[in-house]
Write a protein that binds this ligand. Sequence first.
Ligand SMILES: NC(=O)c1ccc[n+]([C@@H]2O[C@H](COP(=O)([O-])OP(=O)(O)OC[C@H]3O[C@@H](n4cnc5c(N)ncnc54)[C@H](O)[C@@H]3O)[C@@H](O)[C@H]2O)c1
Ligand SMILES: O=C(O)[C@@H](O)[C@@H](O)[C@H](O)[C@@H](O)CO
Length: 335
Amino acid sequence: MATEYPHRIALLGLGTIGLSMLAMHLRRPDTSITVYDPRPDYESQIRSTLPTLLDSPGSPTLIDDLIRTTRLKLSTTVAEAIQNATIIQEQSPEVTSSKQALWKEVAGLAGPDTHLWSSSSGISASAQASGCSAADRVAERLLVAHPFNPPHLMPLVEIVPGPETEAERVEFVKKYFGDIPGPAVSGGDQSASQHYRPITLHKEVPGFVGNRLAFALLREACYLVGEGVVSARDLDSLVTASLGPRWAGSGVFESYHAGGGEGGIGAFLQKLAPTIQDVWGDLGQIDIQGEQGWKDLVVQQTEDAYGPYTPETRKKKQEMLRDVVELQKKKWGEL
Ligand SMILES: NC(=O)c1ccc[n+]([C@@H]2O[C@H](COP(=O)([O-])OP(=O)(O)OC[C@H]3O[C@@H](n4cnc5c(N)ncnc54)[C@H](O)[C@@H]3O)[C@@H](O)[C@H]2O)c1
Ligand SMILES: O=C(O)[C@@H](O)[C@@H](O)[C@H](O)[C@@H](O)CO
């Protein structure tokens, strides 16, 4: 008789995020995963990509072994994928109407208590649930668990419940992610400290928090390159030589609290108020659908600096990310 795992996840959408989520979920021994993607070639994508995302590529029969032991099942329909699922997690395209249609399809088929999670970067749970019948209680069960790419390595999970999402479901998702072991560290074992860091937002706002911060920085970076103040490569180097290392150890507020001396962040904000206000008043007001001169410069300079992003580069950068996160975890208690 096939093992019935306590957590039975249906992963809908196996692209960049879905494949990384699959590698992440497989680290939990108490979880089986059924996957679905309308792309006809998604099985070959799993076979070629998943081994590169796991802590160790494993044997050449890895995928077949996972299927044989029922830890992994490939489906050809949503209905088949979500059958008997305790959790349904979508990583479908970032299109509101597409996610709404998917949840409507799921609502009529899923068990009444199944947890519903979206990996969306910025489409709220309430927007995604808005097309569903109240009787299906999708709004009460749906929440966003927004990862930063790649989820199999990056610790942040932004939990964004809708106004009707049941509180116990928020607690459940926080515990589920909090209990997922981190990637194996050098020496082969998994680091003892918690890897995933779910952060729960109190309100639904476009882009949630992580992307709002990231896109605010992106906007100013694009403006500065567009104005010829700095090159794209030098701006990247400036970030990795200053803000990057700083923020890996202390976040925005803690850093300025430290910078304020004895008076902490209050003194910092008071002492630097004129300069901060001058900068805030001068920040670039570019519009991504507006005048595109800055965009041509950003794209050209980034391509000149880095060329095509090769699998070797991606692998090297993921190893750097893994090392940074592992170092944080060794100090996590002090952060
Ligand atoms: N890429 C990132 O950096 C990143 C980070 C965090 C969150 N996200 C979010 O994750 C989601 C997926 O993004 P991605 O980058 O993996 O996109 P992607 O284009 O790589 O993958 C999307 C996958 O969804 C499949 N798909 C299309 N329609 C579907 C349907 N009806 N049901 C199930 N699957 C369907 C596609 O075939 C494709 O394989 C988006 O909501 C995105 O905002 C992306
Ligand atoms: O940076 C990331 O990995 C996430 O914030 C993503 O959400 C990313 O911003 C884009 O894929 C936006 O869709």
